[in-house]
Design a protein around this ligand. Structure first.
Ligand SMILES: Nc1nc2c([nH]c(=O)n2[C@@H]2O[C@H](COP(=O)(O)OP(=O)(O)OP(=O)(O)O)[C@@H](O)[C@H]2O)c(=O)[nH]1
Ligand SMILES: [Mg+2]
Length: 320
């Protein structure tokens, strides 16, 4: 399959707004909103292609950009590789230089616009931060609360409430108190055997739960119908460790995954680390945001971006 290599940009301004543009009615996927960009030319460097397209379409000069998400999508009539970069620095006033309507919107407002089918993971990547904090096991609640306050102060926005030593019931009660206090400060992912009922809370599946969900929906005995409708606006994530689990996560269409362990970690000393090279190869095969996990820290961010990750996830090294 020949994929048309397209450079596209999630452009973020100082107020964290994102620029979207409307595709001309007569274009491929016409009339839908898009992230500005266009086809890479033969022999052109990716960053150069991105800069050229944004100059042509918006009249801006890119000064700061990095890869965000690299996805492949098969439309009935063509296949595209959307090589999406996050642009956080540019000069000039962005405008529809080709007459197309453009609009600055908040990350949450992206949900209200119609994009081509290939764009769902791009919208997710635009909405997700660079750091995914997983809470360490703590012995008392005060420690958990003060840690979360520190995390909030450091700009953390996405948190998985993990407390591996609690019974399901104790965990649920704790989650309720934590969300009552910090519900608006973070996007929350909860653990457990069922979709959490707490308003707004997402669900982070273990790789075993992911496999079960996949078997139900796509396995040999699957009914052919996909599982219960996904509650809107709630994140679904999964822990993955290899190509097979990543493929299942893609089919189940989770919002994002963690991939681990990338480097050796103290918490899982027996697990064989993937290493950066294999992590990159694995990330390349999937079209969704991936957080690398295991032996990485906030300072490893640039490395994570370079291998195509959404960002870094972790416990201790992220816990102020
Ligand atoms: N730019 C852009 N293209 C997208 C997005 N999503 C998506 O499926 N595409 C597809 O990727 C291809 C991008 O081509 P384009 O029409 O922007 O290309 P271009 O700017 O070079 O235009 P041209 O071919 O008219 O010169 C189209 O088939 C389009 O449908 C998106 O968010 N942004
Ligand atoms: Mg274009």
């Amino acid at each position: 399959m020949r994929y048309i290599h397209v450079m596209a940009a999630v452009i973020r301004d100082a107020q964290n707004r994102i620029l979207i543009a409307k595709r001309p009615e007569d274009a491929h996927q016409g009339g839908l909103w898009e992230f500005p960009g266009g086809k890479l030319e033969d022999g052109e460097e990716r960053a150069d292609g991105l800069r050229r397209e944004l100059q042509e379409e918006l009249g801006i000069r890119v000064t700061q950009a990095r890869p965000l998400l690299d996805i492949r999508h098969d439309y009935p009539d063509k296949s595209v590789r959307l090589d999406v970069w996050l642009v956080t620095g540019f000069e000039g006033q962005a405008h529809g230089a080709e007459g197309q309507p453009v609009r600055w919107v908040s990350a949450a407002e992206l949900d209200d616009y119609d994009f081509p089918a290939a764009n769902a993971p791009i919208v997710r990547a635009a909405q997700l931060p660079e750091v995914y904090l997983i809470t360490p096991d703590v012995t008392d609640e005060a420690e958990l609360f003060s840690g979360l306050e520190r995390a909030r102060g450091m700009g953390v926005r996405l948190v998985q409430l993990r407390q591996s030593r609690l019974s399901a019931e104790t965990y649920r009660d704790l989650a309720q108190r934590v969300l009552a206090r910090f519900g608006d400060d973070f996007q929350w992912l909860l653990k457990g055997d069922e979709q959490p009922v707490l308003p707004g809370a997402g669900w982070h599946l273990t790789s075993r739960q992911l496999r079960q969900m996949w078997l139900q929906d796509f396995g040999p005995d699957a009914s052919g119908q996909t599982g219960e409708a996904r509650p809107k606006g709630r994140l679904l994530a999964a822990s993955c460790h290899d190509a097979e689990e990543l493929a299942m996560a893609a089919e189940v269409a989770v919002d994002f995954v963690t991939l681990s362990p990338v480097m050796p970690t103290a918490t899982h000393p027996d697990a064989v680390p993937l290493g950066w090279e294999l992590a990159q190869e694995l990330i390349r095969t999937v079209s969704m945001p991936v957080y690398v996990l295991g032996g990485v820290g906030p300072e490893t961010r640039a490395r994570a971006f370079a291998v195509g990750a959404q960002g870094v996830a972790g416990i201790r090294r992220f816990w102020g």
